[in-house]
Ligand binder design. Structure first.
Ligand SMILES: NC(=O)C1=CN([C@@H]2O[C@H](COP(=O)(O)OP(=O)(O)OC[C@H]3O[C@@H](n4cnc5c(N)ncnc54)[C@H](OP(=O)(O)O)[C@@H]3O)[C@@H](O)[C@H]2O)C=CC1
Ligand SMILES: CC(=O)N[C@@H](CCC(=O)OP(=O)(O)O)C(=O)O
Length: 321
């Protein structure tokens, strides 16, 4: 079988490197090009040892991307930079499968918003796929099974490793400023608050923080319920919602970031009930670079190419009940 070719635009970044690793082990995909202005001309295997091959980074201008002819184009650029690339394909009359990891198309109804465990039923063959934000993935997975029972907006406290802030230098990825620290930011109006609210269809409140570890995030979601619930009934909803979903594990205890970092699935647990049964705290963790970005993109690509959704994704068996 001929492999489909993939171009990654923005391949120097943290998510780009994870995508290179995933594609290197994928049985039906191969890299056509990986772009980076900073690494232009350098061998990919010098930066991503899991990749074995001759490919070098290149730095095509956005208007030259269509001529490179990849079947699948992954945009792993900072927010605000995807639009010109998409325009270049439109202008050239090229229609590759495009997956945008940035936030630029998450509110564009012409694009499919790909959080497979919650939205795969809405995929109508779109060849433009918007990949959800990392925190937005965790929050939606934590809230969706109780959405119809909410008495108030969920209040979600988030902590992410600093790889979530990308490679452009800022306080949020400065190891000196993060040392022994927990840094709050965007405490109202974070883009993932809007994204989560729009896609869940209920208002969500979100307060993010960044911590000194590199990868993995956790969101602790406080949910007020319209009627008293028993813990076992809350858990039954989650188990039912994610039954048969290898990339979402429902646990009894609250999950830890250290156990999910470097792995491809999300974990949801805790389910701490208030005494009156009308408030529950749900904790969701995932690796922001994997289920929060690259792994989710691979699920979306596999599905759009007619492959099994988990092809090329090493799914670890559940470790704890
Ligand atoms: N990090 C995360 O946890 C997550 C990130 N995302 C989203 O995925 C996208 C990529 O994130 P991440 O990998 O962390 O980002 P990085 O900052 O690590 O990488 C950005 C990439 O884009 C290139 N780039 C930077 N500035 C520009 C520019 N002005 N024009 C063209 N290319 C540029 C860089 O390469 P070079 O400068 O060499 O050209 C690099 O390859 C972002 O939109 C981010 O919001 C989504 C979910 C999770
Ligand atoms: C720690 C940190 O800074 N995290 C990023 C979220 C990363 C992500 O998912 O990014 P996009 O939604 O931009 O794609 C942030 O809060 O903006």
């Amino acid at each position: 079988m001929d492999k489909k070719t993939v171009g990654i635009v923005g391949a120097r970044g943290h998510t780009g490197a994870e995508l290179i690793r995933l594609i290197a082990r994928h049985p039906a995909l191969e890299l056509a090009y990986v772009s980076s202005r900073e690494l232009d001309g350098q061998r990919v295997d010098a930066h991503v040892p899991d990749y074995a091959g001759e490919l070098r980074y290149s730095a095509p201008a956005h208007e030259d991307l269509p001529a490179l002819g990849a079947d699948v184009v992954i945009l792993a650029l900072p927010n605000g930079k995807a639009g010109v690339c998409v325009e270049a394909f439109d202008k050239a009359g090229a229609d590759p499968l495009i997956v945008d990891l940035s936030a630029d198309h998450r509110f564009d109804e012409r694009w499919y918003y790909g959080l497979p465990e919650l939205t795969r039923g809405r995929w109508r063959g779109q060849r433009r796929i918007s990949n959800p934000g990392c925190y937005a993935t965790a929050i939606q997975l934590a809230v969706a099974p109780l959405k119809d029972l909410l008495a108030a907006p969920p209040v979600c406290f988030g902590v992410s490793g600093y790889s979530g802030a990308g490679t452009t230098p800022s306080d949020k990825n400065d190891p000196d400023k993060l040392r022994d620290n927990l840094m709050p930011y965007a405490l109202t109006g974070h883009m993932h608050e809007r994204e989560t609210s729009a896609h869940l269809g209920v208002p969500v409140e979100f307060m993010p923080h960044v911590a000194p570890h590199f990868r993995g995030l956790t969101v602790t979601c406080n949910l007020y319920l319209a009627r008293a619930m028993k813990r076992e009934d809350v858990m039954a909803r989650f188990r039912h919602a994610y039954e048969g979903e290898p990339l979402v594990q429902v646990l009894d205890e609250a999950p830890w970031v250290s156990r999910v970092a470097g792995r491809h699935h999300a974990e949801i647990g805790g389910f701490a009930m208030a005494l009156d049964g009308r408030r529950v705290v749900v904790v969701a963790t995932l690796d922001n670079l994997l289920k929060g970005a690259a792994t989710q993109a691979m699920q979306n690509i596999n599905r759009a190419l007619g492959q099994g959704e988990l092809t090329g994704i090493p799914v670890a068996p559940a470790e704890r009940p």
